[in-house]
Design a protein around this ligand. Structure first.
Ligand code: SF4
Length: 180
């Protein structure tokens, strides 16, 4: 499938916007990592895909740079309080599910980065000291990668802040011929 078709497929499947970017244009900010340590999402230390178990920022950046291209996927939601997890959590879950469905239909190898951390099992197997149950499907979120999302949306011509009452969520899928 050529790249334009990947974008068309995303819009056809219900994403508000989709755009292509070179992974070398994605900026990583290691100074964001302490935000994960505040554990507002409750996944710090209890999920293979979240810090500290997901790896260092440098290791995660290398995982992304391995793929030359990426598609940024955006959904929009009627959410009046972006800090209200009762509203944001289900929306992020639906965004991630749609991302997974898009990956299945696109049918190309790559790396998924979610709007929130891996929620394929509850709880994550790490809590029971067992190996990851779905190593081929697990995914970390933008925050765990320390990706500067607002910079990325600017580069992709998307709105990061959509104004009162509307919340945008984003995922990435990195693909192309691996460079190492
Ligand atoms: S797939 Fe399951 S076990 Fe693996 S990281 Fe995700 S939640 Fe944890």
């Amino acid at each position: 499938m050529d790249e334009k078709k990947l974008v068309d497929l995303a819009v056809e499947m219900g994403f508000a916007n989709a755009a292509l970017v070179d992974t070398r244009d994605i900026e990583f900010i290691p100074a964001f990592r302490p935000l994960c340590e505040e554990n507002l999402c409750g996944k710090y230390g209890v999920n293979y895909c979240c810090p500290p178990d997901c790896g260092t920022v440098a290791e995660m950046e290398a995982r992304v740079r391995r793929w030359p291209r990426a598609i940024l996927l955006q959904t929009l939601w009627d959410i009046d309080d972006p800090l209200d997890e009762r509203q944001t959590k289900p929306a992020k879950g639906k965004h991630n599910k749609l991302t997974r469905e898009w990956i299945d239909r696109a049918g190309i190898p790559g790396l998924m980065i979610g709007a929130s951390g891996c929620n394929l099992c509850n709880p994550c197997a790490i809590v029971e000291g067992k190996p990851c149950r779905f190593p081929d499907k697990k995914f970390s979120c933008m925050s765990a990668y320390c990706i500067f999302v607002q910079d990325l949306t600017d580069k992709c011509g998307m709105e990061y802040d959509c104004g009162p009452g509307v919340q945008a969520f984003f995922s990435l899928y990195c693909f192309g011929e691996p460079v190492y």
